[in-house]
Design a protein around this ligand. Structure first.
Ligand code: C5P
Length: 226
């Protein structure tokens, strides 16, 4: 199980400071919407100058098939190690992305977003009119059949996804609160033990690390528990 640290801080300088502090740890760095919109692709170049830790570009791409394939091709050119897109964009879109990326000499891992971890059953139903677990299994099968490498989901759906696709189909689980921290806007929250039991391949932790007084210490404590 790998730890992805979300770089969702309020300025580029603070993100870079955090990366410097966490340099050398066996972690992935996650660049999400806030940082990418603010600091752009140049930020990735800056990160590369400081750290060789793998990068997950978390842009949750969602559009028509050709636009998604174009966008994912551009992400691949940035040399990042993992990207994601919404599985609800459908099989045609996911297949277009994979066909396009397969032409590249080296492609990033591609994950499909299932149900956001900020959804509880009730809110999910109000949007999709479908049971959350059933929808996650459906999204995962579509993504697996389209050639993606895995899914973004909550810990509670991780095993279910593997049982319905393959043991090797990756799961990346945000909403991890390692040491009983505040859930914030997350709903389907889990701890490290539960992530391990449910065979998460990657866990994502943001606020419990970057809002801590000593982020490095929290990271090391998480790594010691993986
Ligand atoms: O601060 P926190 O640990 O809740 O951060 C979780 C990170 O994971 C955020 O960057 C968020 O955008 C991302 N994420 C998520 N749920 C998903 C996909 C990504 O929380 N389904």
């Amino acid at each position: 199980m790998k730890l992805c640290v979300a770089l969702d801080l309020e300025s580029k300088e603070k993100c870079l400071e955090l990366i410097k502090e966490l340099k050398g740890l066996d972690i992935w760095l996650k660049i999400g919407l806030r940082t990418y919109i603010r600091d752009g692709f140049k930020f990735i170049e800056e990160v590369r100058k400081i750290s060789l830790q793998p990068i997950f570009l978390d842009l949750k791409i969602y559009d028509i098939p050709n636009t998604m394939a174009d966008a994912c091709e551009e992400c691949a050119k940035l040399g990042v190690d993992m990207i994601n897109l919404h599985a609800s964009a459908g099989k045609k879109a996911m297949q277009s992305v994979m066909q396009r990326l397969d032409k590249a000499s080296k492609r990033p891992l591609v994950l499909g977003v299932s149900a956001l971890t900020s959804f509880d059953e009730e809110e999910f139903y109000s949007v999709y009119r479908q049971n959350l677990e059933e929808a996650v299994v459906n999204f995962s099968k579509l993504a697996y059949e389209s050639g993606l490498d895995g899914m973004v989901c909550s810990v509670f759906e991780s095993l279910l996804i593997k049982q319905n696709t393959s043991e090797n189909f990756l799961t990346l689980t945000p909403a991890i609160r390692p040491f009983k921290e505040e859930a914030n806007d997350q709903k389907r929250v889990a701890n490290l033990k539960s992530a391990k039991e449910n065979k998460s391949d990657f866990i994502v932790v943001g606020r419990p690390i970057y809002e801590a007084l000593n982020p490095k210490e929290v990271c090391e404590k998480i790594l010691a528990n993986l």
